[in-house]
Ligand binder design. Sequence first.
Ligand SMILES: Cc1cc2nc3c(=O)[nH]c(=O)nc-3n(C[C@H](O)[C@H](O)[C@H](O)COP(=O)(O)OP(=O)(O)OC[C@H]3O[C@@H](n4cnc5c(N)ncnc54)[C@H](O)[C@@H]3O)c2cc1C
Length: 285
Amino acid sequence: MRTIPAPGVHQMFREKCMVEDNKKVAPGHYVIRLRSRLIAPRARPGQFAQILCDAIGGGRDPLLPRPFSFLAADKETFSVLYQVVGKGTRLLSLLKKGQTLWATGPLGNGFSAAGGKECALALVGGGVGIPPLFHLAWELTRKEKLKASRVQVFLGARCKSLLLCEKEFKRLGVVLRVATDDGSKGHKGFVTELLGEFLSSFPATRGPRRVYACGPTPMLRTVSALCGRHAVEAEVSVEEPMACGFGACLGCAIKLRTPHSERPYRYAIACTEGPVFPAATILWD
Ligand SMILES: Cc1cc2nc3c(=O)[nH]c(=O)nc-3n(C[C@H](O)[C@H](O)[C@H](O)COP(=O)(O)OP(=O)(O)OC[C@H]3O[C@@H](n4cnc5c(N)ncnc54)[C@H](O)[C@@H]3O)c2cc1C
C-alpha cells in the first residue's frame, strides 16, 4: 500500500483490495464490491479507479489497469458495475470472494455539486455510463438531502435485459424514465429523445438547473446540443480509453473549445482534467 502524489488536485492511493462479492446483474454485466481502506472513503461520484485485472493468471497480463467509475462507495468498500468486453473484464468476472486485486484511486475530478436542496436536476445515462449517475443520485438524495422528486433520471439501453440499475434508482424515489432501442421497455428509441421532450416542456426559467450525463459519445454529443439549445448547463463524463489514469501517458486527450483564443481548440487530458467536463466546452468533432 503506498501513496502517489497526484498532479495538482487530490491524493490518490494504490491499494490491494479484497473481493467481497462479484455477481452477475445483467447478461455480460457484473458488480464487483471491493474492500478498501483508502480509496473507498474518498471516492466521489464521477471519479473512477484503475483496476489491475491480472489477479487470475498473473504475470501482469493484461499489463495496464482498466478504468471503472464508482457505482457506490462507503467507508470500507467500493463497487463498480462492469460489462465484459475483452480480456481484462473477462478475468475480472472470474474473481471470487476473498481474492485480491490492485486498484488505484480515486482518480479524476468527479461531478460538481448540485447547488441547493430545491434545485431540479436531470441525470442521463446510457449503458455502462449509468453506474456513476447512480452514485451521484445516491449522494444527492441520501447525503445532500436533495428531494428525490427534484431528480429526474433518464436511462437508456439496447433492450430491457440490459437496462442497468433500474430497481436501485426506483428505491431512491427519483423520477425515472427509460428508453430502449428495441422498445422492449419504456420509450422505443434513444434516451436523448426523452430528455429533449422533457427540456421542451419547461420555460427556460423553470427547467432543470443542470443536466449530468454519462454514456456513449453520440449520446453525450446529443445531450450537449439539446442543453445548448435550451440554455441548460450540462456536465458530461467522457469514457475515453485510457492507460495510466493520472495524466502521464496523455493517451486520453480530448479537444476543448477555446472561444477567447486564436486557436480553435486545446487538448485536455480526460483522466486528470476530467472525466467530467462542462458539455459546452467539448469540441465534438
Ligand atoms: C473514466 C472511465 C470510466 C469507465 N467506467 C466504466 C464502468 O463503470 N463500467 C464499464 O463496464 N466500463 C467502464 N469503462 C470502460 C472500461 O474501462 C473498458 O470497458 C475496459 O477497459 C475494457 O477492458 P478489457 O480488457 O475487458 O477490454 P479490452 O480488451 O481492453 O478492449 C475490448 C474492446 O473494448 C474497447 N474499449 C476499451 N475501453 C473502451 C472505452 N473506454 N470506451 C469504448 N470502448 C472501449 C476496445 O477498443 C476493444 O474493442 C470506463 C472507462 C473510462 C475511461
